[in-house]
Design a protein. Sequence first.
Length: 402
Amino acid sequence: MAEGPTRFFGLDIHKQYFVVVGVDAQREVVFGPQRVSNYQLDEWVSRVLTPQDAVALEMTTNTYLFYDTLLPHVHSVIAVHPPNVTLITGAQVKTDKKAALALAQLHAAGMLEGVWIPPHPVRDLRALIARREKMVRLSTMAKNWLHSLLHRNHLALPEKPFSPEQRSWWENLPLSATEQFLVRTDLDTLKFAQEQVEQAEECLKKASAEDERIPLLVQLPGVAMLTAITILAAIGDITRFPDAKKLVGYAGLGTRVHDSGMTHNSGRITKAGRRDLCRAMVNAANHAIEHHLHWKKEFERLEPHLGRSKAVVAIARKLLVAVWHVLSENVVDRFADPANVARSFFAHAYQVGVRNLPERQSAKAFTREQLDRLGIGQDLQEISWGAKRHKLPASKLLPPKK
């Protein structure tokens, strides 16, 4: 039976240094306070820490680096979300030493609950998604700057103003030398941002093609490749959530509750969760209420007494429950229509790129394989796509013809 830790360390981390304090099980200071440069972290860890030490630190910019460095050398490492440590963040007198000491003493008392530290593949996905979102915002900013310049000079926009073919039009506008310079830099910024978005999306396409969970999510209305991979990057391993209610709370889509004595009140959603997951589900809900028969009816039932915004959030919460079920149980969505699901798979195959699909399957073969995986659409022989109809391969779930 493994022994518990004998020392508890609190680390208050900054960009250039960290301050550390160690206490024993009785919460008496036995080490520090000591200020150490971040560049000396490896040497300090090997010199000071032992397998009988437990470390607590707050989530910040370089928490992952500290976590990965510390974990092989100590009993345990936990990272805590700063808003959950109000004894530190809400203190009237807050110094690095006091913050580190409070972390150490709370950890020794067993009063800290650590957040989940994602493995490296999930971190990489989150970094790719965050980079793409930043570049999309930068692209929007550049377009707004160009729009603003035209408004100031009372100039009309041409058709498709931001296509590469229109660059000469922008550069030949009757503007001052300074404004011509601004136009060129804005166009360069726009081009750079769009190229970065394309490169990030290409990486995400390859990652989504290799993840067998993606088709399980794509079957849901309003969930395409980018939404699906955003959901997976936010959730990580679905087994972390024992039930759908925990996942809803993680996304911040659960309601506030006050239940004390004879008083029980519930209010608006907490919003205390992953914003990217909440945003993805709201976007999916907006699509679902426009294009899916069941969710359209559900929205029409909820909107009269909730209003549009709250009704959309309610649909988003219900869709997130469906996400938990399809990922946890590898099942088909109970409101799935085989023809609509087949079209979603077909669209997903083209969005990801046939070259990225496993074994370079065709879009039709991929669609049939995923339908068979879910156990639906055995009798579906073709799907409509625009003005065309595409014939699907025969289902392997059908009995062989005699």
